[in-house]
Design a binder for this molecule. Structure first.
Ligand code: PLP
Length: 384
């Protein structure tokens, strides 16, 4: 299931062709869903390719190979969720090691380190990664991983991946980038110097809100060998049906991301002009503090927008009054979603260093017509 054509092909073409040749027996143009837990072996101790599906599955391998190509990496590993991918990556560390987290890290990542892995001896520190001096000051001799998210959740701060990777390497640490919000269509961290990319495939890569899955991508052979071992030894693997759906999601990733960006730009511009909106967070707006870095390291500004209104009550009222934007957690699907982070996604992680304003509303701008989405927001904002 190698890349038949090499990396000379462009992103859109690789998303459809890498590891997705027609199947041998009938010529099916889609990679079959190999719904099997085990494989008959022609001889004792000599499996054809796979011996047991925790260790390998052709549908999973097709997804992994395609994703590695899109991220510009040489190895990818799929897991049962984004957090399962993160857990497996963190299990490459040892007791006494430290992870440096951004101060607005995804809440589930913070909870995993603070409330699960700390008991196993893995420690963490926290820094504002948009401030490179603060980042340097937070590094310790035991820091093994510097964890980056960009754009961040939910205030869409932009972190300079190349600069952070350089500082991490100088300190003898690896740089991990959670690329869930940007996707490889908009941003390829490995090309900017990062060592590992983490994905919640649940979001844009799957793209249709119909699966939960995660992935890791790297070009570091030593780390990849350890991850391959842990993927099987820990066993937090996805099923073949989800791998099929994720592979199908990759085929349309480029066109979906272009439309997500176009819709988000229109929505952000509308919000920036609205009298009830105090502040809009969207890296595509020239007044966003990370706009310059975003232009350098991203192809476009993404599909997530957040904004502040006058009061916590108003935030709840607006988020409860849209019709097209569904009131829900998660992001990255074809349907637009709205939520109040302080009361929803960011309420579940008590003790997190992140203070989210109660007046903040987060949008995942879907693929509906932008004018319909703007009319929906206008109605919701106006009806006090
Ligand atoms: C959702 C999410 C995760 C966790 O992924 P799951 O698939 O829900 O386990 C990690 N990082 C970011 C940025 C996310 O949005």
């Amino acid at each position: 299931m190698a890349d038949p054509t090499g990396d000379a092909l462009r992103f859109e073409t690789r998303a459809i062709h890498v590891s997705q040749e027609p199947e041998d027996l009938y010529g099916a143009v889609n990679v079959p869903i190999y719904q099997t837990s085990t494989y008959a072996q022609p001889e004792v101790g000599r499996p054809k390719r796979y011996d047991y599906a925790r260790g390998g599955n052709p549908t999973r391998e097709a997804f992994q190979t395609a994703l590695a190509s899109l991220e510009g990496g040489t190895h990818a590993f799929a897991f049962g969720s984004g957090l399962a991918a993160e857990t497996t990556l963190l299990l490459t560390l040892a007791p006494g090691d430290r992870v440096l987290l951004p101060d607005d890290v995804y809440g589930g990542t913070y909870r995993l380190l603070a409330r699960v892995l700390r008991a196993w001896g893995l420690e963490h520190d926290v820094a504002d990664m948009t401030d490179l001096e603060a980042l340097r000051a937070a590094l310790r001799p035991q820091t093994r991983l510097v964890w980056v998210e960009t754009p961040t959740n939910p205030t869409l701060k932009i972190v300079d991946i190349a600069a952070v990777a350089e500082i991490a390497h100088a300190a003898g640490a690896r740089c991990v980038v959670d690329n869930t919000f940007a996707t490889p269509y908009l941003q390829r961290p490995l090309e900017l110097g990062a060592d590992v990319v983490v994905h919640s495939v649940t979001k844009y890569l799957g793209g249709h809100s119909d699966l939960v899955m995660g992935a890791l991508v790297t070009s570091d052979d030593e780390l990849a060998e350890r991850l391959a071992f842990l993927q099987n030894a820990v066993g937090a693997v996805p099923g073949p049906m989800d791998c099929y759906l994720a592979l199908r999601g990759l085929k349309t990733l480029a066109v979906r991301m272009r439309a997500h960006c176009e819709g988000a730009r229109a929505v952000a511009s509308f919000l920036a002009e609205h009298p009830r909106v105090r502040r809009v967070h969207y890296p595509g707006l020239p007044e966003h503090p990370g706009h310059g870095v975003a232009r350098r390291q991203m192809r476009d500004a993404g599909g997530m927008v957040s904004f502040e209104v006058g009061s916590a009550e108003e935030a709840v009222r607006v988020a409860s009054s849209t019709r097209l934007f569904f009131l829900a957690e998660s992001l990255g699907g074809v349907e637009s979603l709205i939520e109040v982070p302080a009361a929803m996604t960011h309420a579940s992680v008590a003790g997190s260093p992140l203070q989210v304003p109660e007046t903040l509303i987060r949008l995942s701008v879907g693929l509906e017509h932008p004018e319909d989405l703007i009319a929906d927001l206008e109605r919701a904002l106006g009806g006090a």
